[in-house]
Design a protein around this ligand. Structure first.
Ligand SMILES: NC(=O)c1ccc[n+]([C@@H]2O[C@H](COP(=O)([O-])OP(=O)(O)OC[C@H]3O[C@@H](n4cnc5c(N)ncnc54)[C@H](OP(=O)(O)O)[C@@H]3O)[C@@H](O)[C@H]2O)c1
Length: 312
């Protein structure tokens, strides 16, 4: 922890007083320089935050000073103040306090697009969710349940499966002990899942893909396992499967209509009572322990760091 000079927003940027910041798995990867994009050194870790606008860069019209905002940057959020491009800011859906606002956008946006924009999910379909108690996984279970999908949660312990069941999963598979493919087939009455959402990768990915029915869809969103799976394409050909990826950082530029549709749909779900699963809230001084807990697979849902006592 160090005291730095107050940052100043440049053109196109806004200064935000950070109230809360959520720990995402990519923060671990960025700190270890194992992420797709490297942060220029030296940097302050932390990507997702919620707070209040305190200054606007030259020529920036808004949001007005005093506006509550959430946002996602590559680095800089584990601090009392962050400078962010205006385009990185989001309004906070009505009903979310600062703790839940910091933990919402990255995982829920990813979940919605993985399921709907890319996954083409339809109510009544079976979706298998890997890492179902993690940040992205729990959001997928939550959104999928609200969309009327039948959710099979896969996770590494009974306790984690309990977390996913509370969010609406109809069934759970402990993939550390059970046969993932056989159990998905069994639970779906034989043919397999319509859709797999995979934020884990590693060895489970191919097994889950093999548990899809004909013309099923596999959406890859991350590699928390560390291993990048290599899928034999004959499996894809033989069953007419669809394999797609989703990347939240670029969706607003690549498909603004889909981005807006997702924001509206998610805001409606928040109005209906949806809240991200925040399992722990810590002061900023405990940031290293929070990152370590995520790196060591010890968390469920999200850990949030509080910079001020004004978050709820
Ligand atoms: N595509 C996008 O736009 C996007 C957006 C956000 C995050 N992501 C990616 O999605 C992945 C998950 O992120 P997250 O924030 O949900 O992480 P998280 O909260 O830590 O959850 C990851 C889950 O993966 C499972 N896992 C399996 N092997 C693991 C290992 N060796 N270390 C840690 N976890 C392991 C764990 O569940 P079990 O123990 O139950 O297996 C854990 O709950 C990351 O790779 C992240 O970079 C992608």
């Amino acid at each position: 922890m160090a005291e730095l000079d107050d940052p100043e927003p440049g053109p196109g940027e806004v200064l935000v007083r950070v109230h809360t910041a959520a720990v995402n798995y990519p923060d671990v990867l960025i700190a270890a320089n194992r992420y797709q994009v490297s942060a220029p050194l030296p940097f302050i870790p932390g990507s997702e935050f919620a707070g209040v606008v305190t200054a606007l860069g030259p020529g920036v019209p808004g949001p007005a000073v005093g506006s509550p905002v959430a946002g996602a940057v590559l680095s800089g959020a584990f601090a009392e103040q962050v400078v962010a491009p205006v385009a990185a800011l989001r309004s906070i859906p009505d009903g979310l306090d600062m703790v839940h606002a910091a933990a919402f956008h990255v995982t829920y946006t990813t979940a919605y697009h993985a399921l709907v924009t890319v996954g083409g999910a339809t109510a009544g379909e079976w979706v298998a969710v890997l890492g179902a108690a993690g940040g992205v996984g729990s959001a997928v279970v939550d959104v999928a349940t609200r969309l009327g999908l039948r959710v099979i949660a896969a996770a590494s312990s009974e306790q984690r499966l309990g977390v996913a069941r509370e969010l609406g999963a109809e069934a759970g598979i402990d993939y550390a002990r059970e046969d993932l493919k056989a159990r998905i087939r069994e639970l779906t009455g034989g043919p397999g899942a319509h859709l797999v959402i995979d934020p884990v990768g590693g060895d489970h990915a191919e097994v889950a893909l093999r548990a899809l029915r004909r013309a099923g869809r596999f959406v890859t969103v991350g590699f928390a396992d560390g291993g990048i799976p290599r899928i034999p394409l004959n499996l894809v050909l033989l069953k007419n499967l669809v394999v797609r990826g989703f990347e939240a950082r670029t969706i607003r530029w690549e498909d603004p209509d889909a981005a807006t549709a997702a924001e509206l749909a998610l805001a409606g779900m928040v109005r209906a009572g949806m809240r991200p699963l925040v399992s722990e809230v810590h002061p900023l001084s405990e940031v290293a322990a929070a990152l370590t807990a995520v790196a060591e697979r010890r968390t469920s849902g999200k850990i949030v760091l509080e910079m001020t006592g004004e978050s709820r």
